[in-house]
Design a protein. Structure first.
Length: 363
C-alpha cells in the first residue's frame, strides 16, 4: 500500500460541486482581483476568527512583511521569535530591516515563554509568536510579558486556523495576526493566498493601502506599497472551505487521536498538547533518535514523510550574515535532527492511517 504525505485533491473532491459552481460563477462575472468575493471573505474570516477586521493579501509571507511594516518595525528594531520557526517568519522580520532575536522552543514546539524576558533589550519592539504545527502558544504568559515590557505582539497563524488557547482563537491575541492560505494549510486555497486579522482599524486600513501599491484611491499613492492582493477566485473558494473548516479540523483531530492512541513503539515520541491549548493538527510531528533511518524505513514501505524543518533559520545560508553557528540553539537543532512529520490530511482513509500505524509499530 502507498500513502502519500498529503493528497490535496481528496478535500477538493469532498466539496467538488460547491467549488466548481463558485469557480464558473466568478469566471463568468468578469471581475478577478479584489472585489465582492474578497470583501465578503474578509468579513466572514474576521467573524470566524473573532476580530473586527481581516484584510486579504497574496500570501502568508506578504502578510508578515506588511504586518511589521504597519507596526513601524524596521531598521534598528529587534523582534523576538522562536528559533525553530519556519524561515518565512524570519524573512517577514528581516525584509523590513529589523533583526530577529531567537528564543528556544518549548516541549510543544512553540516559543518557550519562560526564555523570552532574558532576550529583551531596549531595541526590542515586538514578539512574533508562531503557532507551529497547529497548536496555539502559551498566550497568557506571552501577553503578560509583552504588556510588562510594552512590546507589540504579532501572531503567525499560517498553521493554526481555528486553534485556541483558553477558548480564544489564535489570531485574536495580537496587534496583527498573519495567515497563509497555501493549498496544504488547514484553510488552504487553490493557489497562493493570505490574510491578516486585527482589532485595530488603523492597522487594517494601512495594510489595505500597502497591499495595493500604497493607494486607497486609484493612482493616488500615499505610500511605497506592494502588489499583494487576494484574487476573487481564491476568496470565493476560501469562503466555501471556511464554511467547512470546523468539520475539516475535527477530521484532522480524529486522525491525530488515532496516531496518539495507537502508535505504541517506544522508539517514537508523540506530540503533546498544552493544558488550555488546542491543536488543529496542521502537522503531526513525532521525534525519534535515528530519524533518517526511520524516514528511509517509511519510504521503503511507501509512506511519505517530510521534515518540518531540517535547517533552522539561524543555520540557513540566507542568514549566515547574522553570525550564528552550530550549538547556538541546541534544543532547536536537536529538534531539527529528530523530528519527522507523518501523513495527516483530510480524506485520509481508515486503511491508510492503519497502514501507517502498523508500519511504525513494526519499526
Ligand atoms: C508558519 C508559517 N509562516 C509563514 C508561512 C508563509 O506563508 P506563504 O507560503 O503563504 O507565504 C508559512 C507557510 O508556508 C508558514 O508555515
Amino acid at each position: 500500500m502507498k500513502v502519500n504525505f498529503n493528497v490535496l485533491d481528496r478535500q477538493y473532491k469532498k466539496f467538488q460541486n460547491e467549488y466548481e459552481e463558485k469557480t464558473l460563477n466568478i469566471l463568468r462575472k468578469g471581475w478577478y482581483v479584489l472585489g465582492e468575493e474578497v470583501d465578503s471573505f474578509e468579513k466572514e474570516f474576521a467573524r470566524y476568527i473573532g476580530t473586527k477586521y481581516s484584510v486579504g493579501v497574496a500570501n502568508g509571507l506578504d502578510a508578515l512583511i506588511m504586518a511589521f511594516r504597519a507596526l513601524d518595525v524596521g531598521k534598528g528594531d529587534e523582534v523576538i521569535v522562536q528559533a525553530n520557526a519556519y524561515i518565512a517568519c524570519v524573512m517577514g522580520i528581516t525584509i523590513n530591516g529589523a533583526t530577529p532575536v531567537f528564543v528556544e522552543p518549548d516541549e510543544y514546539y512553540n516559543i518557550d515563554a519562560s526564555k523570552i524576558e532574558e532576550k529583551i533589550t531596549n531595541k526590542t519592539k515586538a514578539i512574533l509568536v508562531v503557532h507551529l504545527y497547529g497548536q496555539t502558544s502559551n498566550m497568557r504568559q506571552i501577553k503578560a510579558i509583552a504588556q510588562k515590557h510594552n512590546l507589540m505582539v504579532v501572531e503567525d497563524c499560517a498553521q493554526s486556523h481555528g486553534s485556541k488557547f483558553a477558548d480564544q482563537k489564535s489570531g485574536t491575541f495580537s496587534d496583527i495576526a498573519c495567515f497563509s492560505f497555501y493549498p496544504s494549510k488547514n484553510l488552504g486555497a487553490f493557489g497562493d493566498g493570505g490574510a491578516i486579522t486585527t482589532n485595530n482599524e488603523k492597522f487594517a486600513s494601512k495594510i489595505k493601502v500597502l497591499r495595493n501599491y500604497g493607494s486607497q484611491k486609484r493612482y493616488h499613492n500615499e505610500l511605497v506599497g506592494y502588489n499583494s492582493r487576494l484574487d476573487e477566485l481564491q476568496a470565493g473558494l476560501l469562503k466555501i472551505k471556511l464554511s467547512h473548516l470546523d468539520d475539516l479540523n475535527m477530521e484532522r483531530e480524529m486522525l491525530a487521536n488515532r496516531y496518539l492512541k495507537e502508535i505504541t513503539n517506544e522508539k517514537i515520541s508523540l506530540p503533546k498538547v498544552r493544558k488550555n491549548a488546542t491543536s488543529v493538527w496542521h502537522l503531526f510531528v513525532i521525534q525519534t533518535e535515528n530519524r533518517d533511518e526511520l524516514q528511509e524505513y517509511l519510504t521503503s514501505n511507501e509512506i511519505g514523510t517530510v521534515i518540518h524543518y531540517p535547517i533552522p533559520p539561524h543555520l540557513s545560508e540566507a542568514y549566515q550574515y547574522l553570525g550564528f553557528s552550530e550549538n547556538d540553539f541546541p534544543i532547536t537543532e536537536a529538534y531539527a535532527n529528530t523530528i519527522i512529520s507523518l501523513p495527516l490530511y483530510n480524506g485520509m482513509t481508515d486503511k491508510e492511517i492503519q497502514y501507517v500505524i502498523d508500519t511504525i509499530n513494526k519499526y
